[in-house]
Design a protein around this ligand. Sequence first.
Ligand code: IMP
Ligand code: MG
Length: 216
Amino acid sequence: MEGCFFRIEINGLFKTSLFKCLNDCGKITLTCLRAERKTMTEDIERVLLTEKEIQSKVAEIGRRITADYADKDPIFIGVLKGCFIFMADLMRNVDVRCSMDFMAVSSYNGTTSTGAVKINKDLNQDVAGRHLLLVEDILDSGVTLNYLKHYLEVREPASIHVATLLDKPARRKADIYADYSCFEVPDAFVVGYGLDYNERYRNLPYIGVLKPEIYS
Ligand code: IMP
Ligand code: MG
């Protein structure tokens, strides 16, 4: 049976004695893997922003955008994928005629920036002469948004502004700021409300700090 690997799921009271018995037989080597976590909540060290706090701030930013963009027919440009929940909530709090589009970029692996920005999906329309509002989940080093802003400027829109859910000014490398920012956050890796760690945790309804043991 050399080279065979079985995954056996055993739950209940007899687990420990069964493992001991099998080991004592000397015919089988058991590796005890880390117990799998069952909920996302278990991986969160602390909640930074509650669902209620987020909703109230997003509504406030929505009112500001409504006032600033009356008669401008803006295009909300969501930066995928992190923007998807924020953009949906923000746009429902904006009462002006507007449209939307998405761009997809990649710049991150895990918790560290690769420093390189790659456009995976471009806009589907001509934006010359239009008012653009870039919608981001988090402004961290600023490298992604800075790159996108310059990338879109070439298409001669009437204006480009930035709305971000979170701003981490402590880590800024590029010379860029948000025109609309919901919250400033400390230099910690956060997840939820669209933000991920390796594509997980986007569906948490709040923003939380991830336990370092998850990514270390
Ligand atoms: P930036 O180019 O460093 O400003 O950040 C680019 C992207 O990195 C953001 O749009 C996020 O998707 C991701 N990112 C930066 N910080 C965090 C974080 O704390 N949690 C989750 N994603 C992050
Ligand atoms: Mg991300």
